[in-house]
Design a protein around this ligand. Sequence first.
Ligand SMILES: Nc1ncnc2c1ncn2[C@@H]1O[C@H](COP(=O)(O)OP(=O)(O)O)[C@@H](O)[C@H]1O
Ligand SMILES: [Mg+2]
Length: 268
Amino acid sequence: MPSTEANIDELFEDGIANAGAIYKRGNEVVRPLQVHSSSVHQLLKHLQQAGFTAAPAPIAIDETTERISFMPGVVPAPPYSPWCLEDQTLYEIARLHRSYHDAVTSFQPEENCKWNTGLADPAGVGIVCHNDLGPGNIVFNDGLPTGFIDWDFAAPGRALWDAARTARAWIPLDDPQNASTYGFGGLDPIKRFQVFCDGYGMNRQQRRELLDLLNECNAVSVAYVASQVKQGKPAFVKMWKDYKLDALYKVRTKWIEDNHDVFVKALI
Ligand SMILES: Nc1ncnc2c1ncn2[C@@H]1O[C@H](COP(=O)(O)OP(=O)(O)O)[C@@H](O)[C@H]1O
Ligand SMILES: [Mg+2]
């Protein structure tokens, strides 16, 4: 159904890839149809059946849109409220992330499924990862994460790849100066790395493997964002400019390389 102001209850303008094209109508969220939408709906249906309540329910797909359930709550945006940066919040995100991975383990996608692999694990096998659980894609209630939204980048990969992507966004695993430019300044990355891994329930070997994945994760993000900028996608062009992403990514990569051994030592 074409959207008119009359049948839109709220237009969401805080997204990135689909900025300005997603809206609420009744208890539903309407999003533009993508080639992977029906695969994502298979995944969301599985999660409902598996009793994982922190993902929207799939409602319908038509020629131009997909409809999913609206998840009430707060989606953090900068400047972030203090609760958003608390260790307990990080712990709960990691815990919910683990329960998503537990719920998705039994998902067997049909062979003809199509996924957007823009942020996916290059290894390409494993569970279906969310791949994009940064602050703009988690719904909170009373400071607790209750909804993982925006499943556009869901794709097969290692669970640790998905965990690494979430960890780097929320700890964050980045140069402190960089982190302060996007509202995550003044945090202790080593302590928060432990908090995240504890919340997820990772053993030492998994913590080590996650660290080893970080720069590959960054490289994939940089390549994806750069490709969107090259195609002239306005939200990405703006983000690239506003956050000086070219320089920021270089500093982040160096920081991760320089601090790798510091993190490994902290695991002992
Ligand atoms: N199922 C949902 N429940 C509640 N809010 C949602 C839902 N889906 C999207 N939103 C809102 O719309 C915004 C943009 O949607 P999102 O799916 O993240 O798109 P984008 O790909 O542009 O990031 C979200 O940040 C959130 O505020
Ligand atoms: Mg989003």
